[in-house]
Design a protein around this ligand. Structure first.
Ligand code: SAH
Length: 575
């Protein structure tokens, strides 16, 4: 919008305290208090001179409206016009949309309008478009599940671009039109819209909704509820084989049970291998006792206390058998130190014969029983097996996204087996593939919930984890600079993470004569137990960085990172 700057507009704005809010993040999370009611909040980004907002607020007294506008001159015009009304359901902010998260908390907004945003026609300015991925991630965060975004534009390129980015960001496209008439739909016309209509321009329109967390994460729900302790990953493998077979150029399998799908890239370009691990921690039946109790051992690292009084499921040849790990009730005195040796599973059997009848045998595997659920918060989800059905699902999600991105690389996505008992499937499968870059996607325990040592790292909703050190794998410093540079460039949230454990990256680094091998981590709480919690916003960050790495990677980049041919990495950030 071209207007002559009004002198001291930002100071003049202060005269309109009923409608104009000074730049301050004190409203974040408190908008409902400010409006003094519980009505839904609609936000127009780039509101211009405020016609749409004022008329909408008048028509819909039960909706609260917030307008943001980066130009103080334009906002002053808007606030002058709105102040002649007596509306109580409207506030204006003089901010840039890139700072939305400083002003709005998660799920505070029900509806966003982008009316005739600047189209930024040049490709190199695409990042400034208000439907660029970094903006969409912010909208995802501040709008509620099933929240709506409506976009109007006269620019066909922006329309097409937005359809792509919205779809990639997992918004559900409800409506798209290249011949839109607000009047026919009883929607308020904006100022620009009127102008464009008068000059017979086409108006493009898109309406999307934010998918519910449940729907967005359905793949993970399906995967997480499967049974798959290390060594018994058949259910997960069958699931993966079905989808990779349908979508991959080629399937790769190692002799231990790991499964990968390949999308071929250009000749002589790098091979990127992206792996979750399909196994989870659990247990194995060792002995059936005469009294009908079942003895077991750990599969993977589970602290003995975690088992006590948990429901478990034993997978037998005859099907599932549920039981509970016995504990000593307080009436019978303190239990003393707990070892897995001292524990047993009570499936309700009265004798060894009963157990045999149920099909239980030494060597049967068991897992915790705890079905996946989305918490009240909507962004956080609980499951027994985030570690690591998350990585398994994310590798698959990334694989499915490959058809939508440009890059020259051969990409191999899938899942290893037996990570929890010593990175076994990663050893065999990385030797089979010999990638140039191995990316382990795994869940790491962050320190925001456990009072433990002060040296713990990370939190939920802080972004993906750059795992710069663990005892089995030191992140190559050039690689670290590279990943951090890409995250900064694409405005993806990240956190540095140090771990005392290990991931598949520790063993994959030995593939061939050695390769780049990194872990992109998802923050998780309480892992290696019957339950764990993650945050979907971190899931989006993991996905975003992995895709940016694939998009940016090439033969040249590989050489650069290896420093076999030196080009300053500062260049990536400028590109
Ligand atoms: N929505 C109005 C005005 C459209 S013009 C209408 O339909 O009539 C686009 C407006 O968006 C301009 O006033 C411009 O200053 C504002 N704008 C562009 N980028 C912005 C950003 N990043 N943050 C806030 N406002 C922005």
């Amino acid at each position: 919008m071209r207007v002559k700057n009004i002198k001291d507009a930002d100071i003049k704005l202060l005269e309109y305290k009923d409608y104009y809010l000074e730049k301050s993040n004190e409203y974040k999370g408190k908008w409902k208090e400010l409006f003094k009611n519980n009505n839904p909040i609609h936000l127009e980004i780039g509101m211009g001179k405020g016609k749409f907002l004022k008329e909408s607020a008048k028509l819909n007294p039960n909706i609260n409206y917030i307008g943001i506008e980066k130009s103080s001159t334009i906002l002053l015009k808007a606030v002058r016009m709105i102040s002649t009304s007596k509306l109580k359901n409207i506030y204006l902010l003089n901010i840039d949309a890139s700072n939305l998260l400083d002003y709005f908390a998660s799920s505070e907004i029900s509806h966003i309008y982008l009316n005739f945003s600047d189209p930024w026609p040049k490709d190199r300015h695409a990042k400034r478009r208000l439907t660029a991925p970094s903006f969409l991630r912010k909208y995802q965060d501040i709008i509620v599940n099933s929240g709506v975004i409506e976009i109007k534009t006269d620019n066909e390129n922006l329309f097409n671009y937005s359809l792509e980015t919205l779809e990639e960001a997992k918004f559900l496209i409800k409506e798209q039109s290249s011949n839109f008439d607000s009047k026919k739909r009883n929607i308020v016309e904006t100022e620009y819209e009127q102008k464009f209509k008068e000059s017979n321009k086409t108006i493009y329109y898109i309406k999307v909704v934010k998918m519910t967390t449940k729907k967005r994460m359905k793949l993970y729900e399906d995967l997480a509820n499967l049974h798959g302790p290390s060594g018994d990953e058949g259910q997960v493998r069958d699931y993966l084989l079905k989808v990779y077979r349908a979508e991959a150029d080629e399937i790769l399998r190692d002799g231990l049970g790991s499964v990968f799908g390949m999308k071929k890239g250009k000749k002589d370009e790098p091979v990127i291998m992206i792996a979750g691990h399909m196994d989870e921690v659990g247990g194995m039946v060792t002995r059936l006792q005469e009294n009908g109790f079942v003895k077991f051992i750990n599969i993977g690292g589970v602290v003995p206390n975690v088992w006590v009084s948990q429901n478990v499921v034993i997978q037998t040849a005859k099907g599932k058998v549920k039981g509970v790990v016995g504990s000593v009730p307080p009436h019978m005195g303190a239990a003393g130190e707990i070892t897995v040796d001292s524990l047993f599973i009570d499936v309700g059997a009265e004798s060894k014969k009963d157990l045999e009848k149920y099909g239980i045998k030494p060597g049967d595997f068991l897992t915790f029983e705890n079905d996946y659920y989305v918490t009240k918060n909507k962004n956080r989800i609980v499951s027994k097996a985030w570690d690591n059905r998350f990585g398994t699902g994310m590798a698959l999600e990334v694989f499915r996204e490959l058809k939508n991105i440009e890059h020259p690389n051969t990409v191999i996505c899938g899942a290893t087996v037996q990570e929890e008992v010593g990175l076994r499937g990663a050893k065999t499968s990385s030797q089979m593939v010999k990638p140039d870059l191995f990316i382990a996607i795994d869940v790491s325990p962050v320190g925001d919930a456990t009072p433990g040592p002060g040296d713990s790292f990370g939190k939920l909703n802080g972004g993906f984890l750059i795992r710069f050190y663990d005892p089995g794998n030191i992140m190559n410093p050039k690689m670290l600079e590279y990943v951090e540079g890409l995250a900064k460039k694409h405005k993806i949230d990240y956190q540095f993470f140090l771990s005392k454990g290990g991931t598949d990256a520790a063993i994959a680094q030995y593939a061939g004569s050695g390769c780049f091998s990194i872990t992109i981590g998802l923050p998780g709480r309480y892992i290696h137990s019957n339950t764990s919690m993650i945050d979907v916003r971190d899931v989006e960050a993991v996905k975003a960085i992995v895709l940016e790495i694939i998009k940016d990677f090439s033969k040249e980049r590989l050489l650069e990172l290896k420093q076999w041919k030196y080009i300053s990495l500062a260049k990536i950030k400028q590109k």
